[in-house]
Design a protein around this ligand. Structure first.
Ligand code: ADP
Length: 612
């Protein structure tokens, strides 16, 4: 049961942590960690000098101002392409949509420049219209002049707008287009694109881009130092640096760029730069994979189980240290896996680990505390019981000791000797009974013992007790009256325990009464209840004392002053015994006048005539 509850708590922590991992806050934190790891984890070198293969030729603010603005974009492109021809780049990718016809003369010159450029890729775009989305391709005259057309759609995160991935494949209107950058990469490698459900391969590069993720997303690895950028205006001076490069031409001017995006460094960048970074990701084959949901789930479950085991098997500081190790592992795992190019969620598994550790630790803590409290209360209860037994045994032991001493020291008459040996016999029997009662009461309190359930005569019990108490009473000249008019009834339960209880009430009445008084014991049936009462004319108790009289160890000041105080345990046991018989105690008392203790036994009462 205990193990089941513990496992349920761990499972609940796992579930709560996993659910927390799906909240938008968790996604934001995962992004933040991803961006941080991207910054901290160096990319593999592209070549010995680590110079990027991609270069951006930027139609920037300065170029636009000098060349007449966006109105003149086509002549600017024409001029740029003409200049690039001398550089002999590996591939040229344009990021300017050329879907509308412009000035015929300008378009003619642009077409000629496109035709003259080897390995040229033009962009196309997804456009949403009333009848669905379709591709906005370059004009046919431009399209026919190029090697390939690729889409320029870069994903932006819904939550923070950062572009962390691009779709290598997009489909609209039944037509599939590869990404501009993939086309550029393919052309630069002089290879084709081979596709499988799980990945794409271009030459020797195997790109993990499963079709299951819509659009075969590829996670970008931005170069921390950025991509070398040459303003189109200054291309002539830098033309020699472009030999063998992958050149991305596009508008970067803030005022004119079609698409301004944000990278994980928090920088605003133009779409053309994102494509250049994507090209570097491909060229360096530094692909990040996402683990399947099942893998992420399993790892989080592992953390939960580890936390559960740690706090179940270890205790104290060792458990806390091991728990801390589980937490550290949960935080470090994404970092280590990132270095293995695996993009692992951060928040979900970490939340699972934290919740499981906290849940397991609290459960064990409270469980251990409860155990401790129980064992402590058991210990103190046991000590009290020992105390009581020692106290109760003193009287018979004193009688036995005294009687045996008299017998050995003095020459006694046969009759006296017989009486003393009877005394020894009866007191030792009483001692044995006492020990038995003690053990029974102990086991009763512990819930170990099933109380005997047999019918016994109340009058017999009462008579035995009176006979036993009488010698004690006679010493103080106290008369015990047995008002047994209606005591002829039977009770179901344990007669020995009941005898102990009645005897206790009688001896208390004698103990706490002055000499020459009367003690009455009566048994009567009232409204189906057996009321067994012991009434004395003793020192009595006030209402405050009455309230506490059944507490273990409680003794009234009055009793202490009378020099009769005992251990204060007897009545607590009487009450327990009566409760075990399905009854309750009632007390009335008045200081200086006397007390009346009544057992009200409302169960298993039978009148003798009904027994018949
Ligand atoms: P003990 O008699 O050993 O102290 P009990 O539990 O039997 O223990 O009684 C608890 C206390 O209740 C006594 O110490 C005494 O102060 C008070 N008490 C019990 N019976 C009587 C009585 N008949 N008259 C007055 N006080 C009593």
């Amino acid at each position: 049961m205990r193990n089941f509850a513990y496992a349920a708590i761990i499972a609940a922590c796992f579930l709560a942590g996993t659910l927390a991992g799906w909240t938008s806050l968790a996604v934001r934190i995962d992004h933040y960690v991803y961006d941080l790891l991207t910054r901290l984890t160096p990319l593999p070198k592209a070549n010995p000098h680590n110079t990027p293969e991609a270069v951006v030729v930027a139609i920037d603010e300065e170029t636009l101002q000098a060349r007449g603005g966006m109105r003149r974009i086509r002549p600017i492109l024409t001029e740029t392409l003409e200049q690039l021809r001398d550089a002999n780049p590996k591939v040229v990718a344009l990021d300017t949509i050329l879907s509308d016809p412009g000035d015929p003369a300008e378009d003619g010159r642009l077409e000629a420049a496109l035709r003259a450029t080897e390995n040229l890729i033009l962009p196309c775009e997804l456009v949403a219209t009333a009848d669905g989305t379709h591709w906005e391709d370059p004009l046919d005259r431009f399209k026919n002049a190029t090697t390939a057309v690729g889409h320029v759609h870069a994903e932006q995160d819904r939550l923070d707008g950062v572009s962390r991935e691009i779709s290598l494949e997009d489909i609209a209107n039944g037509q599939r287009r590869w990404a501009l950058v993939l086309e550029a990469f393919r052309v630069s490698r002089g290879a084709g694109i081979v596709e499988s459900p799980e990945d794409l391969s271009v030459g020797s590069a195997l790109i993990p881009a499963p079709r299951s993720g819509a659009g075969r997303p590829m996670l970008l690895r931005y170069l921390p130092a950025g991509i070398p950028t040459i303003p189109a205006l200054r291309l002539r001076d830098r033309i020699s640096t472009l030999r063998g490069k992958a050149v991305f031409v596009g508008v970067t001017a803030l005022s004119a760029a079609r698409d301004r995006l944000v990278n994980p460094y928090g920088q605003n960048i133009a779409g053309v730069e994102v494509h250049a970074h994507a090209f570097e990701t491909l060229a360096r084959a530094s692909f990040l994979r996402r683990p399947s949901d099942l893998t992420a789930f399993s790892v989080a479950a592992l953390f939960a189980m580890a936390a559960g085991l740690v706090f179940a098997l270890l205790a104290g500081w060792q458990a806390y240290v091991a728990g801390l190790c589980v937490l550290v592992a949960a935080h470090i795992a994404p970092v280590v896996l990132f270095r293995q190019n695996l993009l692992f969620p951060y928040f979900g598994p970490a939340a699972v680990a934290w919740l499981s550790c906290a849940g397991a630790a609290s459960y064990q803590h409270f469980f251990a505390r409860r155990e401790l409290r129980r064992s402590e209360s058991e210990k103190s209860r046991y000590q009290q019981a020992i105390h009581w037994a020692a106290h109760e045994m003193r009287t018979p032991l004193t009688t036995i000791q005294g009687s045996s001493e008299i017998m050995t020291r003095y020459a006694l008459s046969e009759e006296k000797r017989k009486q003393l040996s009877q005394n020894i016999n009866s007191e030792s029997k009483r001692l044995a009974r006492l020990i038995q009662t003690f053990l029974d009461v102990e086991r009763l309190a512990d819930g170990q013992m099933e109380m005997k359930r047999e019918a016994f005569d109340v009058s017999a019990v009462v008579e035995t007790c009176v006979a036993r108490a009488r010698p004690l009473a006679e010493r103080k000249n106290i008369r015990i009256h047995l008002d047994s008019a209606s005591a002829e009834c039977s009770l179901t339960g344990d007669s020995e325990l009941m005898e102990y209880a009645v005897y206790n009430l009688l001896t208390n009445a004698v103990k706490y009464s002055p000499p020459d008084t009367d003690v009455h014991i009566a048994a009567e049936i009232l409204r189906g209840d057996l009321r067994l009462s012991v009434r004395d004319q003793g020192i009595g108790m006030d209402s405050k004392e009455l309230k506490r009289v059944f507490q273990k160890f409680y003794r009234t000041r009055r009793a202490e002053e009378s020099g009769e105080a005992g251990t204060g345990i007897g009545l607590s046991i009487v009450e327990q015994i009566v409760a075990h018989h399905g009854g309750r105690m009632e007390v009335t008392s008045e200081p200086g006048k006397g007390s009346c203790f009544t057992m009200v036994l409302n169960a298993h009462v039978e009148s003798p005539d009904r027994r018949g």
